[in-house]
Design a binder for this molecule. Structure first.
Ligand SMILES: *Cc1c(COP(=O)(O)O)cnc(C)c1O
Length: 721
């Protein structure tokens, strides 16, 4: 970086991150200073080489900390650090990685009205950036992380704002009966690539948010995600009571009033924190309704500047974009009038609304005084653009929220769709990336949204593609075997079951994956509705098949917490124990291994409840095939030849639908998937299978990349150009 732009006097935390990196550098041998700089930007996680460097410093620490580079550098023994400091090859690679980071940071921003001082602001209750930072639960958070990473790659001035949960999301342990237990582990922000944002005088920058009859004081942590800062609000301040500090304790904390306070903190606190840092968003993008009060806070500010309410509301709307992710009615959580009053106090009055006027904003039927207050109607009413996350979900959302627009038929309800996509450099495993680097041409990763980029997939020799698939599967099997043995020992499973895992699982079996939140609409139980059929599938020596399952249930969802039980009862059978495994504690790390190594990715949601689904996109990028209900993203991705689609009609008798879907699922598996996978040439290569894999890569790659998604948001929602 020869020409450094003059620094504007922002209190945006950039200097705090820099100071944290310098302090870390002072604790390690001087030669490792570049690693300290790399550690304070999550860009390391999608750089081709940077993560490996930290791993080399101390492989044990790296694994133990889930890949936390700050902890690796602070906790590695001095012998390990000194060894690294003498490793000329490692130091050269670190220098090169730092050059790549700096080059990235120095790129000119995407032209348009978004600027670093007026960024697009992406608000979300969870962010899935990296396995070491457990502030996400599932797809919603992972999508938020992927959007920030993609914005960085495209040099779009965007900031994320979320909450710093001091105990994050829970760790899962499933007991021997298949029942989920939760535990929480403190997240110490100082041992992560985060820095507390300080004000001009060097003390923490704070803002106040009136909640539950008190002024809650909030401080702000900054994480750098490539070029995009992620700000995390934190109520762990000495001024706050114990209970108020609890507001940012757990993701989706179980006490209803405190949960509503979380959402209010996110919505109102985010806007106040940005302004205190000198940032004024040009757009706020509400990713799901949790932060929807942000739009009202924008209106409140306009009124403070002297505008009347109508004008203030319309200005706020002009800046607000809302994405709904939830076609499940129960997912659109409602709050009683008393809860809203207890948490928000006189905030309604500050936006010029009386009691009823305020409650109307969160209601679908404004004439019903008993209807709870829901964030989704608020988000839809306070935004100038609203969307679902797949074509089908757009249709579902228009019907679902049609009562908000009584004068319109469902088709013209102003809710569009932007189908989700995934960040290719994050989700494509290294061996696949290297294969495509060889065949798709220089710089292809910058052109993932162009279909022409992916055409050269057809000319990859089958043998090369198959070799990569075999390596990815073998890596998963090795990792999953290890985890399975550890999980089973921890569950006190019979030793025969533990040893079946040690001996079992195969590098060459057809490997099936099913991993996602264990919500009942995801229908894990379809796999075990006909236990005999599953048993014969995974115990046939002629056509070896293995199944890996993972997922967390919401801690308050008792039904789902029991959902692994049928699978577990089956697994006691030692014949099955070496080919079926439930991997505890699904997270970004396990997801990465599973989507890379599985041959077949299963999704069996009850239609039309899968808004999008994204794990299948990740699997497709690694050369897996999807076998899925035609719902969510798959309803628009399936073309008859790039995987398998199961009927996605809505049924009235749910039990009949389950029975039918289970039968069709097994029919397709036995009659189509297995014959194709096991149809080999003399060299053992399944050419017809690989033809489908190529078709899948070519069709899914461009359409379901985060680049395509973000371009859609820029053009249709943000209107920046
Ligand atoms: C991608 C991902 C999800 C989302 O999976 P769906 O298929 O959308 O249900 C959930 N959790 C993790 C950890 C993920 O990486």
């Amino acid at each position: 970086m020869d020409q450094v732009a003059p620094r504007t006097r922002l209190l945006d935390g950039a200097a705090d991150i820099e100071a944290a990196a310098i302090a870390l550098a002072a604790r390690v041998p001087a030669e490792l200073a570049p690693l300290a700089s790399l550690a304070y930007n999550f860009r390391f996680s999608w750089d081709p080489d940077a993560a490996d460097l930290f791993q080399l410093v101390d492989p044990g620490r790296w694994e133990h900390t889930n890949g936390n580079p700050v902890r690796v550098l602070t906790e590695a023994s001095s012998a390990a650090l000194e060894r690294a400091a003498r490793d000329a090859h490692l130091l050269r690679r670190a220098g090169a990685a730092l050059d790549r980071l700096r080059a990235d940071l120095a790129l000119p921003g995407l032209p348009g009205r978004a600027t670093p001082q007026h960024p697009v602001t992406f608000l979300c209750a969870e962010f899935g950036i990296h396995p070491s930072l457990p502030i996400y639960a599932g797809g919603l958070g992972v999508l938020a992380g992927d959007i920030l990473k993609q914005a960085s790659d495209m040099a779009l001035p965007m900031v994320g704002v979320g909450l710093l949960y001091r105990e994050g999301y829970f760790l899962q342990r499933v007991d021997g009966d298949g029942y989920q237990h939760e535990s929480w582990r403190p997240v110490d922000p100082e041992r992560h690539p985060l820095a507390l944002v300080t004000g001009g005088d060097g003390t923490p920058l704070t803002v106040r948010v009136p909640l539950r009859g008190r002024e809650v004081v909030v401080q702000v942590w900054r994480a750098d995600v490539g070029r995009c800062p992620l700000y995390l609000l934190d109520a762990e301040r000495p001024e706050n009571s114990r209970v108020d500090r609890w507001i940012t304790s757990h993701l989706y904390v179980s006490d209803r009033e405190i949960r509503l306070a979380q959402y209010a903190l996110l919505g109102i606190g985010s806007m106040r924190a940005l302004h205190a840092m000198g940032l004024d968003p040009c757009i706020i993008h509400l990713n799901e309704g949790h932060g929807a009060l942000a739009a009202l806070e924008l209106a409140r500010e306009e009124m403070e500047r002297g505008r009347d309410r109508a004008e203030a509301f319309s200005l706020a709307r002009e800046r607000t974009v809302f994405t709904t992710h939830t076609p499940v009615a129960a997912g659109n959580e409602g709050y009683a009038v008393t809860e809203v009053e207890a948490v928000l106090g006189d905030f309604p009055a500050q936006v010029g609304l009386d009691h009823d006027g305020f409650l109307h904003l969160g209601r679908t039927h404004t004439d019903n005084p008993h209807e709870p207050f829901v964030m989704t109607p608020l988000g839809i009413k306070m935004s100038r653009f609203a969307n679902g996350v797949s074509r089908r979900h757009g249709e579902v959302a228009r019907r679902m929220w049609q009562p908000l627009f009584p004068e319109r038929p469902a088709e013209t309800v102003p809710i569009g769709h932007v189908t989700n996509g995934v960040h290719v450099p994050t989700w494509m495993a290294r061996p696949m990336r290297r294969l495509l680097d060889r065949h798709l041409g220089e710089g292809w990763v910058e052109r993932t949204s162009e279909p022409s980029t992916w055409e050269a997939v057809e000319s990859i020799p089958d043998a090369e593609l198959w070799e990569v698939r075999n390596r990815l599967r073998a890596a998963l099997v090795e990792g999953a075997r290890d985890r399975t043995v550890a999980n089973r020992l921890a569950r006190s499973d019979p030793r025969s079951v533990v040893e079946a895992a040690e001996r079992g699982f195969s590098d060459t079996a057809l490997t099936i994956g099913f991993a996602r939140r264990l919500a009942s609409y995801k229908r894990l139980y379809i796999l075990t509705m006909d236990p005999q059929r599953l048993r014969s599938l995974v115990t046939d020596p002629a056509r070896p098949v293995q199944l890996f399952v993972a997922g967390k249930a919401h801690p308050n969802d008792e039904e789902s917490k029991h959902s692994p039980q049928t699978l577990f009862s089956l697994k006691r059978d030692v014949g099955v124990a070496g080919s079926v495994s439930f991997l505890d504690n699904y997270d970004l790390g396990i997801a990465a291994q599973m989507v890379a190594g599985c041959d077949l990715w299963i999704n069996l949601p009850r239609p039309p409840l899968e808004a999008s689904g994204t794990s299948g996109m990740k699997a497709a990028l690694n050369g897996a095939l999807n076998l899925s209900i035609l719902d969510g993203w798959w309803a628009e991705a399936f073309d008859g030849e790039n995987g398998w689609g199961l009927p996605g009609e809505v049924a009235f008798d749910l039990h009949v639908q389950d029975q039918r879907d289970a039968a069709v699922f097994y029919d397709v598996l036995e009659n189509e998937v297995l014959p194709l996978f096991f149809d080999r040439d003399a060299d053992g290569i399944p050419h017809r299978w690989l033809a489908r894999v190529k078709r899948s890569l070519r069709t899914v790659g461009p359409q379901f990349s985060a680049a395509r998604m973000l371009n859609d948001y820029i053009d249709e929602a943000y209107e920046l150009r």
